[in-house]
Design a protein. Sequence first.
Length: 316
Amino acid sequence: MNIVTPALSAFPLNTSNVNTEAARRDNIARETVPQLSASENSAAESGLGSESDRVKNPGQAPQPLTYEKPQPNQNAATQAQQQGGQNKDNGEDPSAGKQDAQDRQQESAEQKEIQELKQRDKEVRSHEQAHAAAGGQYAGSPSYEFETGPDGQQYAVGGEVSIDISAEASPQETLRKMQQVRAAALAPAEPSPQDLRVAAEAQQKAADARQEIAEERRELAGQAYDSAFGDKTEQTRSGFEPPELGDIGGAGVQPPTRKLREDDPVAEAAGLETGSEEFRRVQASRDVDIDARALRIENFYQQVYQPREHALQQLA
């Protein structure tokens, strides 16, 4: 039997240093197994029939086994949820659009309120300044009530101007003052109810002042009349004596006569026509004393009436 020895093959051998860099990286990346302490059992020995169970007394009951459920990392889950909420698009959240709409609506309401406050401030200031300008020396300075708007600015929402409506020393001065007070109360384009009440009060006081002025003028006119015609009037009223018949005859005064028209039906019915016989008979039989007395009475009333007529002409 022939035994053939196989020929040895030549293998190339690397005589350089072995590449240990890859091995080093593998060792670093590999999980290091912690070393067990002397009193700690390994996973294989901690089960049933372990060394600790064999060491126990035979009469001692074994301790119950406890299995713990693994708990997930709460911090990691919370961080992941927060990060996911931050990375989530606001367009996918339905509450985001609703909140934006509410913000825009609130902003629009604030702008509208600001515009209304500005308009109210302008109207109040114009109203009170009109009172103060027309009132002149009788009106005080305007005072305003302010309200803070959404933008933090102060706006006038109310105001007043004090004005003096007391009577002056004379009716003439009171009349001029009340006319100016009434003009000041009605100076604004839209007077308030309080302005109308002040104007009505000033108008009433002006009417009272006019009445006082009229009474003063009436008294002055009476005094002027008394000073001009007082002596004659008093003499006429109290010291006048009717003239005698001789004086009347000497003065060439004829008794007054009255004529009735001939076609007057009343005269014809009474028989007193001018050309009738009855009329001439009555005239002839009339007493002279009666005619003289009638003349005196006529002259008396004529003299009393004429001064009054002149006085009225002077007053007019």
